[in-house]
Write a protein of this length. Structure first.
Length: 354
């Protein structure tokens, strides 16, 4: 779903024009068509692309994890901020889960709760610093990224011998290698291509969709992003909303760190090293504005899926890692350009309607 702050009442001519818009103007529908078209194209060029267990299962497992990463970035963007420490927060939260499993012998669920609490706490600290000091989120989260980089590395060096927590509680192996079809006998429960890790992504999407679409706090987060000064004058506690947004961003980043660790089977300091670019690609391609005030939960999933399909398809076609990064960088530049155009067009529509 896409959620935004409603502009002033639209004149009838603009409403009629909106109804006359062709279907391809709808960004989410366009992303869905593009994902399906590229999947078919790569499947024709490399039939192995459609192999459910060897290709689609790991692809969807990565998409599930990176969608949660993009949702973490989306929450920060909803208030007009960014979270450059999203990868380190993922490593920070995963470290606490690994510590709980290795030293405290916690069950999987308890370790996950500890992971989420650590992520929410470090996110809340980041939000508090931004709200109290008024320093740009770019500067604060960049500083937090460097601080966590050193802290997490030191903690692993002090608490482990191989720079990783290797204890695996019951259930971790199933999250890594089991699909929805493995829950019960036969194809009733789902496709063998859909990993069980996707359940965490679905829960995160449903929670954020409800928050932004059905609650007052969600609307206040968007209003804070759209116009902080006006939100403050309207009685919205913008400082607390900024803190909440960053706490949620940290919690989701930690969840993504747990999912990444479950996918690889180890909790290590390098978790989240490659989260930065996907976090912005998924959110911005999905329709979330960098300036705040507009988010799209479903669009974030589709944007992440598009990047995942492109990456996997080009990899099967023999495109090297360096070329892949170039293509993904170009996609991000195009997405940022589209974001800027969308902002200007929205502003002009509001001006014409007042």
């Amino acid at each position: 779903m896409t959620t935004s702050v409603s502009p002033p009442e639209t004149v009838p001519e603009e409403k009629a024009a909106a109804h006359r818009m062709p279907f391809w103007v709808n960004q989410r529908l366009g992303l869905l068509v593009l994902v399906l078209a590229l999947s078919i194209l790569f499947g024709v060029l490399r039939p192995a692309f459609l192999d459910q267990r060897l290709v689609l299962f790991p692809l969807l497992r990565d998409v599930a994890t990176l969608t949660v990463v993009a949702l973490a970035q989306m929450v920060a963007l909803s208030v007009g901020h960014m979270n450059l420490a999203v990868g380190r927060m993922a490593a920070f939260g995963a470290m606490f889960a690994g510590l709980g499993y290795d030293k405290l012998h916690l069950p999987m669920q308890a370790g996950l709760v500890l992971c989420l609490a650590a992520g929410a706490a470090i996110g809340a600290v980041t939000g508090w610093l931004i709200a109290r000091t008024g320093v740009s989120s770019f500067v604060v989260t960049l500083a937090m990224d460097f601080a966590l980089l050193g802290l997490v590395s030191l903690m692993y060096s002090a608490l482990t011998e191989d720079a990783a927590f290797t204890t695996r509680p019951a259930g971790i192996a199933a999250l890594r290698s089991y699909s929805l079809a493995d829950i019960c006998v036969g194809p009733i429960c789902g496709s063998p291509a859909i990993p069980q890790l996707a359940q965490f992504t679905v829960v995160a999407m449903l929670g954020l969709g409800f928050l932004y679409g059905c609650t007052r706090i969600g609307r206040e987060l968007l209003l804070t992003g759209a116009n902080p000064a006006a939100a403050e004058l309207s009685g919205i506690p913008t400082g607390r909303r900024v803190l909440l947004a960053h706490a949620l961003s940290g919690l989701l980043a930690a969840l993504a760190g747990f999912m990444a660790a479950a996918g690889t089977g180890t909790f290590r300091a390098s978790i989240g090293d490659d989260f930065m670019l996907p976090s912005f690609l998924g959110a911005v391609l999905g329709g979330t504005l960098l300036t705040g005030g507009v988010v799209s939960v479903l669009g974030t999933l589709l944007g992440t899926a598009l990047v995942g399909v492109i990456r996997k398809g080009l990899d099967l076609l023999g495109v090297g890692l360096e070329s892949l990064n170039i293509y993904l960088g170009c996609i991000l530049l195009l997405a940022l350009s589209a974001d800027r155009i969308r902002t200007v067009v929205s502003y002009r529509k509001v001006v014409r309607s007042t």
